[in-house]
Design a protein around this ligand. Structure first.
Ligand SMILES: *Cc1c(COP(=O)(O)O)cnc(C)c1O
Length: 392
C-alpha cells in the first residue's frame, strides 16, 4: 500500500524535533551534527536568534498580501540585492525551481522582444541540476530526471563538462542563453574554473547570448563571497538564487540586468506567494548578515580549516576517500566506497552528510559553524571512515 506521503524519497529512518546552530535533536533525544544544513538551506544554522526574532516580529504584523499591492519588505530586499550584486532588478519566488522557470522565460522573452523570436535554444551542461519542473528537467536533461516525463519542453541541449570548443560550436543564431551552475551541487561539487566562466562570458558577449548563473546552491556566501561567480570576476545577465537566502524559509529570487529583463513588463509573469512580507523580511535578515565582509571572511577561514582536515582524512583513509572538491563551505569528498555507505555509516556516528552524483559525499555546513564543530565533524568523519575500513 502506498504511504500517505508520496514515496518519491528514499528517506533515512531519522526524524528531528528541534535544532540549534549546527546540531539537530532527533525524536529519541540524541544530537546529530548537521553537515547538510537542509542541503545548503540553513545558511545560519538552526534557530538563529536574529531569524527567529525577525520571523516572530513579522508574523505578528503581516504574513501575506497580494503582489497587486506594493510590498515594502519585498522592495527592501530587492534594493539590498541590487546594491550588492550586478543586478538591476529582482523577482522573488518560493523555490529554486520557480527561479529556473522565470530565468528561462525571461531569456526567451528578451530575444523575442528584441526582434529575434527564433532565439529560443538554451545550452545547459551534463550533470546540471536546475530543479524539478518540466522546464528545469528539460534543461538538465539527465535520464534519471526526465525518464517517463516526456514529451519534454523543447529547446535545450546539454554539453559535456569543460569543453569550451563544444560551447563555441553549439552557440548558433538560434541560441537564447547558456545556463550553468558556477559550482555543480547535485552533480558532485564540481567547480567551474574561473577561466571557463570568463571564456563563457566572452562567448556570450560576442554572440548576444544571455548568460544565466544558477547560484541556488553555491550562492549566498557559501564560497566566502556573496556569490560564487565573484571569484571569477565576471557577472551573469540573469541569476537564480534560493536555498540559503531564506535561511530555512522558502524563498528564491531571479536577479537580472535591466537589459536582460527588458521583456518582463506588467502582466508577463507573476506569483501568488513570491515576495510575501514574511519571506522577504527573513530574506533581508539573512542577506544583511551573510553579506557582511567580516562574515564572508569568517566563512573562508572556516573553509580553510575544514578543507585542511578533509585533505588529512583523504590521506589517512585512501580506501574510503579519494579527493576533496569544492570551494568555501560547499565541499565534497570523492569516495572510493559507495558514497551512500558513508552517509549511512555517518548516521551511526551522529553526523549528517548528503550524497551527490559522481560518488561524492557533500558537506554543506551552516556558514557560521563554530570551529569546534568543524573539529568535531572531522573527528566523526574520521571515525566513520575507520569503521568502514574495518568492514572492507
Ligand atoms: C536545489 C537546486 C535547485 C532547485 O531548487 P528547489 O528550491 O528545490 O526548487 C535549482 N538549482 C540548483 C543548483 C539547486 O541546487
Amino acid at each position: 500500500m502506498i504511504s500517505a506521503v508520496l514515496p518519491t524519497y528514499n528517506r533515512a529512518p531519522l526524524a528531528f524535533v528541534s535544532g540549534k546552530g549546527s546540531w539537530l535533536t532527533s525524536e529519541d533525544g540524541s544530537r546529530y551534527l548537521d553537515l547538510g544544513a537542509g542541503i545548503a538551506v540553513n545558511a545560519l544554522g538552526h534557530a538563529h536568534p536574529t531569524l527567529v526574532e525577525t520571523l516572530t516580529a513579522q508574523a505578528q504584523k503581516l504574513w501575506h498580501v497580494s503582489n497587486i499591492y506594493r510590498i515594502p519588505e519585498q522592495e527592501q530586499l530587492a534594493e539590498m540585492l541590487v546594491d550588492l550584486t550586478f543586478a538591476d532588478t529582482v523577482f522573488f519566488t518560493n523555490s529554486g525551481t520557480e527561479a529556473a522557470e522565470l530565468a528561462i522565460k525571461m531569456a526567451r522573452k528578451h530575444h523575442h522582444d528584441a526582434g529575434h523570436p527564433e532565439r529560443t535554444q538554451i545550452i545547459a551542461f551534463e550533470g546540471a541540476f536546475h530543479g524539478r519542473s518540466t522546464g528545469a528537467i528539460a534543461a538538465a536533461g539527465s535520464e534519471k530526471m526526465v525518464k517517463g516525463y516526456g514529451p519534454l519542453m523543447p529547446g535545450f541541449t546539454q554539453l559535456k563538462w569543460g569543453d569550451h570548443d563544444a560551447i563555441r560550436v553549439a552557440i548558433t543564431d538560434q541560441t537564447c542563453a547558456v545556463i550553468i551552475e558556477p559550482i555543480q551541487g547535485e552533480g558532485g561539487i564540481r567547480v567551474v574554473p574561473d577561466q571557463c566562466l570568463k571564456g563563457l562570458r566572452d562567448l556570450c558577449d560576442s554572440t548576444g547570448t544571455l548568460l544565466i548563473f544558477d547560484e541556488v546552491q553555491c550562492g549566498m556566501g557559501r564560497t566566502g563571497k556573496l556569490f560564487a561567480h565573484e571569484w571569477a570576476g565576471v557577472t551573469p545577465d540573469i541569476m537564480m538564487v534560493a536555498k540559503g537566502i531564506g535561511g530555512g524559509f522558502p524563498l528564491g529570487a531571479v536577479l537580472a540586468t535591466e537589459a536582460a529583463a527588458s521583456g518582463m513588463v506588467a502582466g508577463t509573469h507573476g506569483s501568488t506567494y513570491g515576495g510575501n512580507p514574511l519571506g522577504c523580511a527573513i530574506g533581508a535578515a539573512v542577506t544583511g548578515i551573510v553579506s557582511e565582509p567580516a562574515f564572508l571572511d569568517a566563512v573562508s577561514q572556516k573553509a580553510a580549516q575544514f578543507r585542511q582536515g578533509l585533505e588529512g582524512l583523504v590521506a589517512s583513509h585512501p580506501k574510503v576517500f579519494a579527493a576533496v572538491r569544492g570551494q568555501g563551505l560547499i565541499l565534497g569528498l570523492k569516495c572510493v566506497v559507495p558514497n551512500t555507505d558513508v552517509v549511512k555509516a555517518g548516521y551511526d556516528r551522529h553526523i549528517l552528510t548528503v550524497a551527490a552524483a559522481d560518488n561524492v559525499l557533500r558537506l554543506l555546513p551552516a556558514l557560521n559553524i563554530p570551529e569546534a564543530d568543524i573539529a568535531e565533524a572531522l573527528s566523526r568523519l574520521d571515525a566513520t571512515a575507520t569503521g568502514l575500513e574495518a568492514a572492507l
